[in-house]
Design a binder for this molecule. Structure first.
Ligand code: HEC
Ligand code: HEC
Ligand code: HEC
Length: 134
């Protein structure tokens, strides 16, 4: 008979090598970010008004550009009011508008930015919202 022991060990090593890419990733699986939009400020809005300044799909892709525009319009052009696609008005302010609703910076902005490995430098000057320690 063949050496059963060696064959079994061989099979175990073979299975181990073939599945290596699976288990070698264990413990460092990247979880897709799940930005939380359940702040007190947002939750106190009526359910049908729990929306961003523009459509969520637009915000996902374009919020950096929108923030840039807001800054230019405020600082260069002296404008203060933004009228969105539905005609609703907002004060153009990072701290007073965006961060009033998204007061959970670490569980909102940061979870995405850490995942995408971007570090906006805005907080060098703008004051990030105070968050309660959990
Ligand atoms: C009136 C409260 C409010 C204001 C002000 C506001 N947001 Fe939002 N934002 C929301 C809500 C609520 C959602 C989630 C909407 C949904 O569930 O579709 C959201 C969604 C988003 C998203 C998409 C999140 C995701 O899950 O992909 C981004 C990015 C975002 N906001 C950034 C901003 C920025 C930047 C500003 C300022 C220019 C801002 N928001 C101002 C309430 C607000
Ligand atoms: C749904 C995920 C998501 C959320 C939520 C989010 N961001 Fe972003 N943000 C990104 C991604 C991804 C980039 C990088 C985009 C790129 O480089 O094209 C980015 C880039 C930026 C930039 C430009 C930074 C740079 O160096 O180019 C700014 C400013 C910014 N985000 C502000 C905010 C603020 C403020 C909030 C919270 C109110 C926020 N973002 C919430 C995903 C998100
Ligand atoms: C070097 C300091 C500095 C940095 C860094 C900085 N800002 Fe500003 N920002 C200012 C100053 C000063 C104003 C003018 C404040 C005013 O007129 O009330 C301003 C105004 C703004 C405004 C309009 C007014 C307001 O209250 O928000 C927006 C929007 C803005 N910045 C967004 C950003 C974003 C987004 C970033 C990061 C990509 C950023 N800023 C980084 C200093 C800075």
């Amino acid at each position: 008979m063949y050496n059963g022991g060696k064959i079994i060990i061989g099979i175990i090593i073979f299975v181990g090598l073939v599945t290596f890419p699976l288990w070698s990733n264990m413990g460092k699986i990247e979880v897709k970010p799940d930005p939380k939009t359940d702040t007190a400020e947002i939750m106190k809005l009526p359910e049908n008004e729990r929306v961003c300044v523009e459509a969520t799909t637009f915000m996902k892709k374009e919020h950096m550009q929108l923030l840039n525009d807001w800054r230019d319009w405020v600082v260069r052009d002296g404008e203060t009011i933004y009228v969105n696609a539905t005609g609703k008005e907002y004060t153009m302010s990072l701290q007073k508008t965006c961060m009033k609703c998204h007061s959970n910076k670490t569980k909102f902005c940061d979870v995405c930015h850490n995942y995408a490995d971007v570090k906006p430098y805005c907080w060098d000057c703008h004051i990030a919202p105070k968050e309660k320690e959990i």
